[in-house]
Design a protein around this ligand. Structure first.
Ligand code: NAP
Length: 308
C-alpha cells in the first residue's frame, strides 16, 4: 500500500491542539457501548460530568456495576446498565429491545466496544470475531436503535473507529480470513474499514433527517485493548508501545466534543482524528466496495436492506 503526504496527515492531526466545547449535556440521553473500559469509560466520565443521562452497554455485569458506582461517586450520575456480548448478535438484538422498553429517545449513541486479536477466532454467528465485534454488531445495534435516535431533537451517532483502517485488509471474497493467513492488524483494519464505509453510507441515508453519523479515531491511548492476546503481546504492548501512547482522557474529551458541540449539528458522514476532520485512506472511500459492504452488513446481521 502506498501512502501519500495527505494520507500521513493523521500523524500531525493526532498531535495538534484539539477542539473543545463548554456546551452542557444536561439530561441528554447517551447510550455508550463498551463503557466498561478505556475509551468508552472515559466518554462516560466526561458525559456524566456534563450532566448527561447515561445508559451503559457492557458485556460484564461486575465491570458495569463498578463503572456505575464510579459515576455515582464522582459525578452523582445515575447510569443505567444493559448487558450484551457483541460476539453474539442475539445479545445485540436483545439489548436493543431492552433499551427500547426503557427509553423513548436517544440523543447520542457511542459505539466503543471493540478488540484486536492476533489469532483468528469465530463467533457462534459464524463470523470472524473482530469483524463482528468491531463492525457487524455496532452496525446492527445502530440500525436497531435508529427509531429511538430519530425521536431525538438532534440525534448523533458516533462510531469509535481507528487510524487502523489504514492497514486495509478488507477482502470481500474473504471476510473471514479462510483463504489468507490471518494477520491481526490487517483483520482489525478490515473491520474498521467496513465500519467507516457504512458510516458514509448511513450518512447518505440519513441526510434529510435530524440524525448525524460520524466516525472517530480516539487517539493512540493506554487502554485494555489487546489484553485478550497472549503474554508475549502484552509484554510488547506494556514494555514498548505503552511509552508512545497517551492517556485515554483525550478520547473522552474528543467524544464529548463530537457529542455536544453545537457547530457539529449538521456535520455527518465524516471521519475525525480525535476532533479533527480528516480524510480517510482512499481504499475506505471506494464507492463500489462501499455499496457491497452496505449490502453484506445487512445480510450478515439479517437486517432488511430497505431503510427510510
Ligand atoms: N486504545 C487505542 O489506542 C485505540 C486506537 C484506535 C481505536 N480504538 C478503538 O477504541 C474502541 C475502544 O477500545 P479501547 O482502546 O477502549 O479498549 P478496551 O479498554 O479494551 O475497551 C474495549 C471495550 O469493548 C468491550 N468489548 C470487547 N469485546 C466485547 C464484546 N465481545 N462484547 C461487548 N463488549 C466488548 C470491552 O469490554 P470489557 O471491559 O468487558 O473487556 C470494553 O468495554 C475500540 O473500538 C478500539 O478499536 C482504540
Amino acid at each position: 500500500m502506498k501512502y501519500t503526504m495527505e494520507d500521513l496527515a493523521f500523524i500531525k492531526n493526532g498531535n495538534a491542539p484539539q477542539h473543545k466545547t463548554n456546551e452542557p449535556m444536561t439530561d441528554k440521553i447517551c447510550v455508550i457501548a463498551g463503557a466498561s473500559s478505556g475509551v468508552g469509560l472515559e466518554a462516560a466520565k466526561k458525559l456524566a460530568a456534563g450532566g448527561a443521562r447515561l445508559l451503559l452497554v457492557c458485556r460484564n455485569q461486575g465491570k458495569a456495576e463498578r463503572v456505575k458506582a464510579l459515576l455515582k461517586n464522582e459525578y452523582q450520575n445515575d447510569a443505567e446498565i444493559v448487558i450484551a456480548d457483541f460476539a453474539r448478535l442475539e445479545n445485540v438484538r436483545a439489548a436493543a429491545e431492552a433499551i427500547a422498553k426503557r427509553l423513548d429517545h436517544i440523543d447520542v449513541l457511542i459505539n466503543s466496544a471493540g478488540l484486536h486479536s492476533t489469532k483468528r477466532r469465530f463467533t457462534e454467528d459464524g463470523n470472524e470475531l473482530v469483524f463482528q465485534v468491531n463492525h457487524l454488531a455496532p452496525f446492527l445495534f445502530t440500525m436497531l436503535l435508529m427509531d429511538l435516535i430519530r425521536n431525538s431533537e438532534q440525534g448523533r451517532i458516533i462510531q469509535v473507529n481507528s487510524e487502523g483502517h489504514r492497514f486495509g485488509g478488507l477482502n470481500l471474497n474473504d471476510l473471514d480470513w479462510r483463504k489468507r493467513p490471518y494477520l491481526g492488524l490487517r483483520a482489525y483494519g478490515a473491520s474498521k474499514t467496513a465500519q467507516l464505509m457504512t458510516v458514509m453510507s448511513l450518512a447518505e441515508q440519513l441526510k434529510h433527517t435530524n440524525v448525524t453519523v460520524n466516525a472517530m479515531h480516539p487517539g493512540g491511548v493506554r487502554t485494555n485493548i489487546g489484553s485478550n492476546n497472549g503474554w508475549l503481546y502484552r509484554a510488547w504492548l506494556h514494555g514498548v508501545i505503552w511509552h508512545f501512547l497517551k492517556e485515554p482522557e483525550i478520547s473522552g474529551e474528543s467524544l464529548y466534543y463530537l457529542a455536544a458541540a453545537p457547530e457539529l449539528k449538521h456535520t455527518t458522514g465524516r471521519y475525525f482524528n480525535l476532533t479533527i476532520d480528516e480524510k480517510p485512506m482512499p481504499h475506505a472511500m471506494d464507492e463500489a466496495v462501499r455499496a457491497e459492504i452496505w449490502e453484506i452488513s445487512h445480510r450478515l446481521t439479517r437486517l432488511p436492506l430497505s431503510f427510510s
